[in-house]
Ligand binder design. Sequence first.
Ligand SMILES: N[C@@H](CCC[C@H](N)C(=O)O)C(=O)O
Length: 286
Amino acid sequence: MRFTKMQGAGNDYVYVDCFSETAPSDPAELARRVSDRHFGVGADGLVLIGPSDKADAEMRMFNADGSASQMCGNAVRCVAKYLYDHGRCTKETLTVESFGETYPLDLVVEGGKVTRVRVDMGEPILDPAKVPTRLKANQEGAVCDADLTIGDRLLKVTAVSMGNPHCVEFVPELPEPGAPHDLVVNYGPHLENHEMFPERVNAEFVELISPTRVRQRTWERGSGETLACGTGASAVCVAGVLSGRTERKITVELLGGELELEWNESDNRVYKTGPAVEVFTGEWPE
Ligand SMILES: N[C@@H](CCC[C@H](N)C(=O)O)C(=O)O
């Protein structure tokens, strides 16, 4: 099975082109095997690209533990790059379907290859029943800076779905990876599996630098800490506005690079711009 390894802001996946390859019979198992950084290709998960009835292509994404997710904000940019760079699409504006939703994307093409992509991530979902979370909404109907306890630590979290569930905590100072008592690795797994999130959750830890710039680290549902999370950065943009910390247009600094985010006031949609990079191609023994 031929594959392409791609990354967006360091969030790396193994991509299989199911227009030409037979789709794997057990994608969850394949995701676990290819993602392994010692015995596999090494990735945050697996993405299958195939035909769609309503978009230029469909993507199906699987985390490193084999669980499927509704959406991946970094992968969707890489899928768009793949479609253009590999001649499956000649348009510089295209659409990708994920879990029944259609995402429009605008490509930045340099020297015949896509370097950056702007994606319409859709409208954030704030209704707690739909995130889903058992945390209580405020009067505006959103779970914003709500109390959540882990052991003896009280967290203030905002719950947002961008198709997939996110829990955002603004912290006074974001530690570097490997720092003693690193809150991302200490609290990430507890948040991911917290009883307040019945479908598990992606946990975003954020330090406010200014009203237009934040730093973020992510503990992803099903993959652990990753270098970036595109749906997570979108959720952070929404959480920053809801809680009055940030403006609607922000730059998010992640471990693997920067993403530009905007929660547009007039159409209520989140727009995200960032890089998409092909790393290498290979053949996976079936
Ligand atoms: N890295 C992604 C999100 C991938 C899915 C997530 N772990 C989940 O289970 O929802 C992104 O860039 O959005």
